[in-house]
Each structure stands twice: as structure tokens, then as C-alpha cells.
Design a protein around this ligand. Structure first.
Ligand code: ATP
Length: 302
């Protein structure tokens, strides 16, 4: 196989709780992770010349080792002492630094690509163990679907998918660094924690409303103050009929869950009139049964 085309999908957190700050500076988390149908596309091909080269449609993204795609290719190519090269064309659709794990998902897709292109024979589990070295979200981005993530996010337990619903995403035109959010989070002062166990029960009972009711993200205690747009978007979504709305990851993207597509569509139109919005899109969830097919290979050329 000489060329492969892969889809890297974004994630949202249906619940995000921080349990404690660890000695090493990281935080112990408890999160419900959910893949959504918003994809970057990677086209990868083997090259005779050694090395990893890439291009991307976003001019401000690095194309050297600072890009997680290059780093994850390098990890596997070094380990297997691969004497050929690879070229990656990365087409970004997932907004960057948005709380949607775009970079981690690209890294995950690149690992799948290298494994296939060079017939390395690694299992998904092997790739997931290696992926942690690139980033805490990479194992989930390899697994996809719905999962409980613990530790720094790398300890995963597969969960049943939520019942089908519509996911409205909106990203304020603001940059919030993940590092800033975690360093300014006062875990001891948190008054409320999302009920992650209730969310797990709701998923097992296929109860979308109970799942939405237990939604919560403790990182909003930091971001709502520095980016009021987050609160505005959330309010607008709830007024528009969302059964739950909150910030994903460390933000600033906000998502709302809708049972009614028409209500979601109307709210999307309203959101578009808001000032200071970078992106708004209506999508849905990428379910656990789909993820097992590893839909990444859209077409392969010999
Ligand atoms: P998370 O939800 O895991 O915190 P995020 O969605 O907030 O991630 P990313 O889009 O993954 O953030 O990007 C974070 C940073 O990583 C950016 O500043 C960017 O320069 C760098 N980066 C490296 N590789 C990539 C990539 N392939 N796509 C996007 N960003 C990348």
C-alpha cells in the first residue's frame, strides 16, 4: 500500500471533573469523552526519500516536529527503524486550540497510517500504549466512540454510546491556553462537581436527558471569567432548546445537545449573528460501533 486517506475525528467532553493536582503538576481527571463527526483528513504516502514531510491548509500550523503528526510518525518510524520516508497532507477542519483534541486526533490517525503503510502489525492496543507518549488524549482518539477517561486522561474504559442526538458547536474567537486554565484552577475551592457516575448510569440506561442533566465542566470556573462569550453561547443554546450545553475540554468551544434537529438548526442561525464567534457548526456523535470499523481508510491506492 502506497497511499492512504484517513479521517481524524474531534472529541467533546460530556463531563469533565478535576479530582486533584498531582505532585508532578498534572491533574487527576475524570471525564466522559465522546467522539463527534467533525474530521480532519490526512492523506499519507510512502516516499523513497527518508524522513517525514508534511503540508497543511492552515499556514500558521507548524510542519516540523512541533506538529503532533510529525512527532507521532517519528515515534513509530524510529522504533521500527524504517529506512523510507512518508509524506502527509493534513487538511484541517477541526478548529485549533479549541478543546476538541484536533492535534491529538491527527496524531492518532498518523499512527494508524504509519502502521498500515509500513505493515507494522501493531494492534490498536499497542498503538494506544505508545500514543500516551505523544499526548494524554491520543489513546482516546485512537479508540474513539464513548469512554470514561481517568488519570491524566489516558486510562480508558469503553462506555455505551449515547442515544442519537444533534451536537451544536460554537467557538468564540478567543485563544485560551490549556496551561493557563489548569494553573488558574483552584481545585480545593470547587463548590460543585459534575456527577460523572450519574452520566455513566445514564449511558448504560440509554437515557439522554439524564446524561445531559449531569453535564458539567469544572474548568468553566476559570474560563467564564476571561471569556464571557462562553456563557453567552451556552445561554443561547439552552434558550434555543438544548437539553444540555457546556464548554468542551479547556475551551473555548461550547457544545449543546439537541433532541430536535430543527431547534438545533434555528439556534445555529441565531449563533451566527453573535459577535466574536469564530465557528459554529451542527454535527452529531460518532458512535462506538462505528469506531470499531476504523473508518479512517476511505480509499487506498496500491
Ligand atoms: P485538547 O482538547 O487536547 O486540549 P485542543 O483542541 O485544545 O486540544 P489542538 O487543536 O490539539 O488543541 O492544538 C493545540 C496546540 O497544538 C496548538 O497550539 C498547535 O500549534 C499545536 N499543534 C501541533 N500539531 C497540531 C495539529 N496537527 N493540529 C492542531 N494543532 C497542532
Amino acid at each position: 500500500m502506497k497511499e492512504i486517506s484517513l479521517k481524524a475525528c474531534a472529541k467533546i467532553n460530556l463531563g469533565l471533573d478535576v479530582l486533584r493536582r498531582r505532585e508532578d503538576g498534572y491533574h487527576d481527571l475524570r471525564m466522559i469523552m465522546q467522539s463527534i463527526r467533525l474530521f480532519d483528513r490526512l492523506t499519507m504516502r510512502r516516499t523513497k526519500a527518508e524522513g517525514i514531510r508534511m503540508k497543511t491548509n492552515l499556514p500558521f500550523l507548524p510542519v516540523d516536529r512541533d506538529n503532533l503528526v510529525v512527532r507521532s510518525c517519528q515515534l513509530l518510524m524510529d522504533e521500527f527503524n524504517i529506512r523510507e520516508g512518508v509524506f502527509v497532507d493534513l487538511e484541517k477542519h477541526i478548529p485549533v486550540a479549541a478543546g476538541l483534541a484536533g492535534g491529538s486526533s491527527d496524531a492518532a490517525a498518523a499512527m494508524i497510517g504509519i502502521n498500515r503503510l509500513f505493515d507494522l502489525g501493531l494492534s490498536l492496543q499497542d498503538l494506544m500504549s505508545q500514543g500516551t507518549a505523544i499526548g494524554a488524549d491520543v489513546p482516546f482518539c485512537l479508540m474513539r466512540g464513548t469512554a470514561l477517561a481517568e488519570g491524566i486522561g489516558e486510562q480508558l474504559t469503553r462506555l455505551p454510546s449515547p442515544p442519537r442526538c444533534h451536537v451544536l458547536l460554537a467557538k468564540p474567537d478567543a485563544h485560551i491556553s490549556t496551561k493557563y486554565v489548569y494553573t488558574h484552577l483552584d481545585v480545593g475551592a470547587l463548590k460543585e462537581h459534575p456527577d460523572i457516575d450519574a452520566q455513566i448510569r445514564a449511558l448504560k440506561n440509554r437515557d439522554l436527558r439524564a446524561l445531559a442533566q449531569a453535564m458539567g465542566n469544572v474548568l468553566e470556573t476559570v474560563t467564564l471569567d476571561i471569556c464571557p462569550q462562553i456563557g453567552k453561547i451556552r445561554e443561547l443554546m439552552l434558550q434555543g432548546g438544548a437539553i444540555g450545553a457546556m464548554m468542551s475540554g479547556s475551551g473555548p468551544t461550547v457544545f449543546g445537545l439537541f433532541e430536535d434537529r430543527e431547534a438545533a438548526r434555528r439556534t445555529l442561525e441565531e449563533l451566527k449573528t453573535l459577535e466574536g464567534l469564530q465557528m459554529a457548526v451542527l454535527t452529531d456523535m460518532f458512535l462506538t460501533d462505528e469506531s470499531s470499523t476504523h473508518c479512517r481508510e476511505q480509499q487506498t491506492k496500491e
